[in-house]
Design a protein around this ligand. Structure first.
Ligand code: ADP
Length: 142
């Protein structure tokens, strides 16, 4: 299986709810290595550019306003099949439809307040990682 990288963001509700530690613990317990992490408060421009693929969607304004409403924790995860493994840990976009035991089912409130973002493909992950981290900020094991 391929070693991949993916981008994870603990959204403002995950930070405010004090779930950062538990969420990162689940990633490590599943075999994903955290090779970069930082807490930041996104600017409107950073959030709009990050979510530009959704700019024509009706929820875009709401999504951006939500993502800049408080601090977030952004991490790069590395491991076998990392993109899908991370998405499996998150569960479905809508917490009400997410499988029991997934992060969104356990902590999410509704489709807009769903606790964690995860890249949906290797190519998307590459763009998303580059949006927030430079190469020398990534620390894979040698
Ligand atoms: P995912 O984050 O599971 O990849 P999408 O890429 O479809 O989901 O959407 C990006 C984010 O936009 C979601 O995580 C969610 O926070 C928000 N979102 C998606 N659909 C809606 C909606 N119908 N109403 C409000 N927010 C939404």
């Amino acid at each position: 299986m391929a070693i991949e990288r993916t981008l994870s963001i603990v959204k403002p509700d995950g930070v405010a709810g004090k779930h950062i530690g538990e969420i990162l613990r689940r990633f490590e317990a599943a075999g994903l290595r955290i090779i970069a992490t930082k807490m930041t408060h996104l600017s409107r421009r950073e959030a709009e550019e990050f979510y530009y693929v959704h700019k024509e969607r009706g929820f875009f304004g709401e999504l951006v306003n939500y993502m800049i409403s408080g601090p977030v924790v952004i991490s790069v995860l590395e491991g076998e099949n990392a993109v899908l493994k991370h998405r499996d840990l998150l569960g479905a976009t809508d917490p009400k439809k997410a499988d029991k035991g997934t992060i969104r089912a356990d902590f999410g409130k509704d489709i807009g307040t769903n606790t964690v973002h995860g890249s949906d493909a290797v190519d998307t992950a590459k763009f998303e990682i580059g949006h927030f981290f430079s190469g020398c900020e990534l620390h894979p094991l040698k």
